[in-house]
Design a protein around this ligand. Structure first.
Ligand SMILES: CC(C)(COP(=O)(O)OP(=O)(O)OC[C@H]1O[C@@H](n2cnc3c(N)ncnc32)[C@H](O)[C@@H]1OP(=O)(O)O)[C@@H](O)C(=O)NCCC(=O)NCCS
Length: 171
């Protein structure tokens, strides 16, 4: 699957919110207002994974669905004070999963946080979100603590953390 990562634009919002509705159960997904507030907080940024256009090549094998739904996933993150980054949410649509979209989004967000001076990054995820836990483990996140009944449906959250190593010195 071919895609590229870019900053979100104002007119992406409705599609991002709909993706979030599909990615999480109703008790965990954000209202429009919540998502808008998280995206606009000081230090926040949103990156989008967009399916590659076929560049007008009629022999291209671009999936027809990618024309109607070009956004495959997105990530909202925030560079907070004291050198800490926070992953607010990462959402990849069903048909694009296990194709590296989530990894590219997370890696790009970590890079952006590092550039903003963050030395570590943390996030919360539901203790029963098995795919997300496997995904974050693969990306080097470690369990920091468990917060009981973090979500409104009563499910506990794991807080996961990762140190962001500084980039290697230029040679
Ligand atoms: C978690 C999520 C973002 C992963 O996105 P993705 O694009 O499928 O992730 P990738 O393709 O980059 O996966 C990278 C690695 O993570 C692990 N992984 C991802 N999904 C997995 C799953 N369902 N089961 C087991 N391991 C998984 C694997 O090690 C995978 O590598 P592999 O495919 O070579 O085995 C996606 O499943 C999603 O949007 N889920 C719904 C929303 C959510 O739960 N977000 C996270 C909580 S904030």
């Amino acid at each position: 699957m071919q895609f590229s990562i870019r900053d979100s634009r104002r007119d992406d919002f409705e599609q991002l919110w709909r993706i979030d509705q599909r990615c999480f159960p109703p008790e965990i997904s954000y209202s429009r207002l919540e998502l808008a507030v998280y995206m606009r907080r000081s230090g926040s940024f949103t990156l989008v994974a967009e399916a590659a256009a076929n560049n007008g090549n009629p022999r291209s094998s671009a999936h027809p669905a990618s024309v109607e739904e070009p956004i495959l996933g997105f990530i909202v993150a925030q560079a907070q004070r004291r050198g800490t980054g926070h992953i607010i949410t990462i959402d990849v649509i069903d048909r694009a999963r296990r194709s590296g979209v989530g990894s590219e989004l997370l890696t790009a967000a970590e890079e952006r946080l590092r550039t903003a001076g963050c030395r570590n990054v943390h996030l919360e995820t539901a203790v029963d979100n098995v795919p997300a836990l496997a995904f974050y483990k693969r990306h080097g996140y470690n369990l920091e603590k468990t917060t009981p009944r973090y979500y409104s449906n009563g499910v506990d959250a794991f807080m996961l953390k990762k140190d962001l190593l500084p980039p290697p010195p230029a040679s």
